[in-house]
Design a binder for this molecule. Structure first.
Ligand code: ZN
Length: 456
């Protein structure tokens, strides 16, 4: 699986690269011996270190904007497309001229150039796909919140001494949770490769986070009891498995959703940008973050529970579900005229189900399992015993009762069994094809030759 980026559509996004076998696409082939993983944790710099980190972000922002400006100029004046390699080569010219920019090492400077390159690549990709492109914009210092190190130089983490060492800043102490996460990656043979440091406004100050990207993390393939498990994701039962497990989202989700909706309504009544409006904005952001964290936590646990029991997981392809639902409407969401609150529910719910899919894929990759994404058409109204298809088979939300053979079951489990059957057909087709592993996407470190006019 290759698309990370915090995208919830990971299963679907990678579909262009995933190969079809039988009625589904292979998303994770489970053949990796090692995988890439991230450790993410909060940390608290000292006052002096914080000032230095702010300076680092300010420089990163400046480099980003300069890199963007240079690309625009190069194109306008010479119809030339610069690559990140061209721009990397210029960094050494900063020596003696802008030593302040190099105080943190060459890496954060290159990191900002790389981010500009990514923004440009995304722009060209959208142009090519015929979407509304949106030329990359200059960024303001106030909103430039991330510094990048794409190589393991000028920084180091140590799980034992619980420290993060940054060139130009020194040694920053880390909390226990960070040491725990880093330790787990290192134990599994992980090699630290990349570092991201992010700030976000928290009350009157700042909250800092670091993400360390590891490669070479050994896959932890534990034996499973079942050969293949189908998973049906839904609104009432978040995930039902063909083995009969029903995973529901905890109740606190509802309370949080209500809170957020109430706060948003209260904010809408305030004068824009007033003190009260801003305070409510901060609270809304906090509540949303809390909700997201809890959902993420739940998704991790549920994914683990599902993945450790089985060698192969069959998931329904959620993009196809979304398409069918928007066309026909669902029991929970019949029309287009939904209230704001319902919209929010729906938004969080869809995000949570998408996230669960992503987490299942990540866990599966880590545990040497295989994942199939199958077309879920008719899986909820087909009898898993006699294959009779009839909308009347589904008596109500939870009950399935076959009008042909009389088979009765939990409706979501019945659907999960059908999904598992589709997964089995995928497996058979894949084995018949010689069980080829997925081909890896080429490293993005190649020179891009496309030349497209910027829209500005
Ligand atoms: Zn039947």
């Amino acid at each position: 699986m290759w698309v990370v980026d915090g995208s919830i559509w990971i299963v679907i996004a990678s579909r262009e690269q995933s190969k079809r076998y039988g009625p589904g696409s292979l998303v994770v082939d489970g053949t990796d011996v090692t995988v890439a993983r991230k450790a993410q944790f909060a940390f608290r710099p000292s006052r002096k270190q914080e000032a230095q980190l702010q300076e680092l972000l300010s420089i990163s922002c400046e480099v980003y904007n300069a890199a963007l400006q240079e690309r625009r100029d190069a194109y306008r004046m010479a119809s030339k497309t610069l690559s990140w390699q061209d721009q990397f080569n210029e960094v050494k010219d900063l020596r003696g001229v802008r030593d302040d920019a190099l105080a943190f090492g060459i890496q954060p400077v290159r990191g900002a150039i790389k981010r500009c390159d990514e923004a440009m690549s995304a722009f060209f990709r959208r142009v090519k796909a015929g979407q509304t492109p949106g030329y990359p914009r200059f960024r303001s210092r106030r909103r430039y919140n991330t510094a990048f190190w794409d190589e393991p130089t000028s920084w180091a983490v140590n799980a034992e001494t619980r420290s993060l060492r940054l060139q130009g800043i020194g040694v920053i102490g880390l909390p226990k949770s960070a040491a725990h996460q880093l330790g787990r990656m290192l134990e599994r043979g992980g090699v630290p490769k990349t570092l991201t440091v992010t700030r976000r406004q928290a009350g009157t100050g700042w909250a800092w986070r670091a993400t360390v990207g590891f490669t070479g993390v050994a896959v932890d393939a534990t034996p499973a009891v079942s050969s293949i498990t189908g998973v049906d994701r839904g609104v009432v039962v978040a995930a039902a498995t063909s083995a009969g497990d029903l995973h529901r989202m905890p109740k606190y989700r509802r309370a949080l959703r209500t809170d957020i909706a109430d706060l948003e309504r209260a904010q809408a009544r305030k004068r824009k940008r007033s003190r009260a409006w801003k305070q409510l904005g901060t609270r809304i952001a906090r509540e949303r973050r809390a909700a997201a964290n809890r959902v993420d936590n739940w998704a991790w646990h549920t994914a683990k529970a599902i993945v450790e029991k089985t060698h192969v997981v069959a998931l329904e392809d959620l993009r196809l579900v979304a398409m069918t639902k928007s066309a026909k409407g669902t029991m929970e969401n019949p029309g287009t005229n939904v209230s704001a609150k319902k919209g929010l529910n729906r938004e969080l719910q869809d995000a949570a189900l998408g996230l669960l899919g992503v987490r299942i894929c990540v866990k599966a990759e880590s545990a040497g399992r295989r994942i199939w994404a199958v077309n879920p058409r008719d899986t909820s109204r087909t009898c898993s015993v006699c294959n009779h298809i009839d909308p009347d088979n589904r008596v109500d939300q939870a009950t399935f009762h076959c009008t042909a053979c009389g088979h009765g079951a939990h409706a979501d489990v019945n659907a999960a069994i059908n999904i598992a059957a589709l997964g089995r057909r995928c497996e058979d087709a894949w084995v018949a094809a010689g069980a080829p592993p997925l081909t890896r996407k080429k490293s993005p470190r190649t020179r891009r030759k496309t030349t497209v006019a910027p829209s500005t």
